[in-house]
Design a protein around this ligand. Structure first.
Ligand code: FAD
Length: 427
C-alpha cells in the first residue's frame, strides 16, 4: 500500500497510533502542510498564526525532520491549502491511503471532508492521538459528554481510566521508504522572526520530552505542583508542557505514564494527582469541541446563554497592547505579546478583565490568544474562553476576578508588573 501521512498536531514518533498504522505500508510519503490562510486575516483575527507560534511550530517541524532522517524518511513541507496540496500529492505519487490524526475544529473537519471528496478511490483514515482517551475508551457516548468537567472527571475516574486504558505506544524505530524525493516549496513559507526577549521554549519532540523528564524526575516539580501552579510568572511553578502538547511533540499519554512512573518510584500525593487532573481538563475540552462543532465559536455558546457584549476597536487595541487602566493586566498582555506564553492565572485574569471590565465580545479576545499563544489549541483556547465568558462548560456562569485582590495575592511586591511594565505595544 502507498500511504501519505499528513502530520498535523502530532509532530512526534512516540505514542503515535496514526503513524504506527501508516508504518505498515509499502511506501510512505510524510507531509506537513503550512496553510497560507494562517497568515492572513480570518474570522475575528488579523491573522491566526502570530510570530511566536510560527517560530515554535517551525522548530518542531525541523526537529521532526531530524528524527525522520535516521529512519530513511524525510518531511515534505508544502506551503498551500491542504485541500489542494493533499489531493495533488496523492495523484502525483499514486497514493492509495491517506492517514492523519483526528482533531477538533470546524476548518479541520471541512478540509478533511474536501480531501475525501477529491479522492474517492483513496482510503482516508483518521486515528486518535491527541488526548489521553479515545472515543472508544470514553466512559460515555460523545453525544452524552457531560455539560461540566466535574461530572466528566467523575465518570472517567469511576471507569478506572487513570490506570487501565491509558497506555502509550512504543516509539517508532522503522518506517517504510518514501516513494521518491520531490522538491517541496517550504521556501515560500513566511520567515521566522527571532524574539526580542529570550524564551526558554524550543519546539520539537526531544525538547518536549526533556522538559517532561526535567519537571518530574529532574527537579521533582510535580511533587509540589498543586501549591505552585498558580504563580504568575515562575518557570518551574507549572509544567510548561502545553506548547509541546498543543503541537503534538509530546503525547498526553506519555505525560500520564510518566506521572504514573513517578508515583511508583517516588511519591504519590495531591500534586501528582493534580497534574493528571489538569491533563484531563485538556481532554475534556477536546471532547467538548468535537461534540459541539461550530458551537465552540458561537458567541452564546452551545447552550445559547446570551450575555451582552460588543466589539469596540479602541478598547480591544488597549487590551491587546497592554494599555488598559489595570497594571496587572497590562503586564500579562505585554508578556503574552513579547513571548507567546502566559501562565494559567494570568490568562484567567486578562480574560476576566476583557469580558467583565471592558465588556468586549469574547471571540475577539480568543482570536488574539490564538494568534499569540505558542500553545494555542483550538479546543482548550475556545473552551476556556467560553467558560470564562459564562457561555461554556461552567455551572457557575460568568467568572469575575477582583483584579486588586489578585494583584495583592499573586504579585504582592509588584515584581511581575515591574518586570513587564514598560513594553506596551500595538495590537
Ligand atoms: C482564556 C484561556 C485560554 C487558554 N488557552 C489555551 C490554549 O490555547 N492551549 C492550551 O494548551 N491551554 C490553554 N489554556 C489552559 C492553560 O492556561 C494552559 O494549558 C496552561 O497555562 C499551560 O501551562 P502549563 O503547561 O505550565 O500548565 P500546567 O498547569 O502545568 O498543566 C499541565 C497541562 O494540563 C493542561 N491544562 C492545564 N490547565 C488547563 C485548562 N484550563 N484547560 C485545558 N488544559 C489545561 C495543559 O495541557 C497543561 O500543559 C487556556 C486557559 C485560559 C484561561
Amino acid at each position: 500500500m502507498q500511504t501519505l501521512y499528513w502530520f498535523t498536531r502530532d509532530l512526534r514518533l512516540h505514542d503515535n497510533a496514526a503513524l504506527l498504522a501508516a508504518s505498515r505500508s509499502g511506501t510512505l510519503l510524510c507531509v506537513y502542510v503550512v496553510d497560507p490562510r494562517w497568515f492572513t486575516p480570518f474570522r475575528w483575527s488579523r491573522r491566526p498564526m502570530g510570530e511566536h507560534r510560527w517560530r515554535f511550530l517551525w522548530q518542531s517541524l525541523m526537529a521532526l525532520e531530524r528524527n525522520l532522517r535516521p529512519l530513511g524518511q524525510r518531511l515534505h513541507i508544502a506551503f498551500g491549502a491542504p485541500e489542494q496540496v493533499i489531493p495533488e500529492l496523492a495523484a502525483s505519487h499514486g497514493i492509495e491511503q491517506v492517514i492523519r490524526s483526528r482533531q477538533p475544529g470546524t476548518e479541520e473537519a471541512d478540509q478533511w471532508a474536501s480531501i475525501q471528496a477529491a479522492l474517492p478511490d483513496v482510503l482516508c483514515r483518521e486515528f486518535e492521538t491527541l488526548g489521553l482517551l479515545t472515543e472508544g475508551t470514553l466512559p460515555m457516548a460523545l453525544a452524552d459528554l457531560p455539560a461540566t468537567f466535574s461530572r466528566f472527571r467523575k465518570q472517567v475516574e469511576a471507569a478506572g481510566a487513570q490506570h487501565s486504558d491509558i497506555l502509550r505506544i512504543r516509539t517508532l524505530s522503522a518506517l517504510p521508504p518514501p516513494p521518491g524525493f520531490a522538491r517541496d516549496n517550504r521556501g515560500d513559507c513566511p520567515p521566522i522572526v527571532e524574539p526580542q526577549h529570550a524564551t526558554p521554549f524550543t519546539g520539537g519532540e526531544s525538547a518536549g520530552l526533556d522538559r517532561l523528564q526535567h519537571f518530574t524526575f529532574g527537579i521533582h516539580g510535580i511533587e509540589r505542583y498543586k501549591e505552585t501552579r498558580n504563580a504568575l510568572d515562575d518557570w518551574d511553578a507549572s509544567s510548561k508542557f502545553s506548547p509541546w502538547l498543543a503541537n503534538g511533540c509530546v503525547s498526553a499519554r506519555e505525560v500520564a505514564e510518566t506521572i504514573r512512573e513517578y508515583e511508583q518510584v517516588h511519591t504519590r500525593n495531591e500534586s501528582t494527582y493534580w497534574l493528571w487532573f489538569e491533563l484531563l481538563w485538556r481532554d475534556y475540552f477536546h471532547w467538548y469541541a468535537l461534540k459541539h462543532g461550530a458551537d465552540l465559536f458561537h458567541r452564546d455558546g452551545p447552550q445559547r446563554q446570551h450575555r451582552p457584549s460588543e466589539f469596540d476597536a479602541e478598547r480591544f487595541a488597549d487590551w491587546c497592547g497592554g494599555n488598559t487602566v489595570y497594571p496587572l493586566v497590562n503586564a500579562a498582555m505585554n508578556q503574552l505579546r513579547e513571548t507567546g506564553y502566559i501562565s494559567n492565572r494570568a490568562r484567567q485574569l486578562v480574560a476576566s478583565c476583557y469580558v467583565n471590565e471592558l465588556g468586549l465580545d469574547w471571540r475577539y479576545g480568543a482570536a488574539w490568544f490564538e494568534q499569540q499563544l505558542i500553545d494555542y489549541d483550538v479546543a482548550s483556547n475556545y473552551g476556556n474562553w467560553q467558560y470564562l465568558a459564562g457561555v461554556g462548560a461552567d455551572p457557575r456562569g460568568l467568572r469575575r476576578f477582583n483584579l486588586d485582590k489578585q494583584a495583592a495575592q499573586y504579585d504582592p511586591d509588584g515584581e511581575y508588573v515591574a518586570c513587564w511594565a514598560n513594553t506596551a505595544g500595538d495590537a
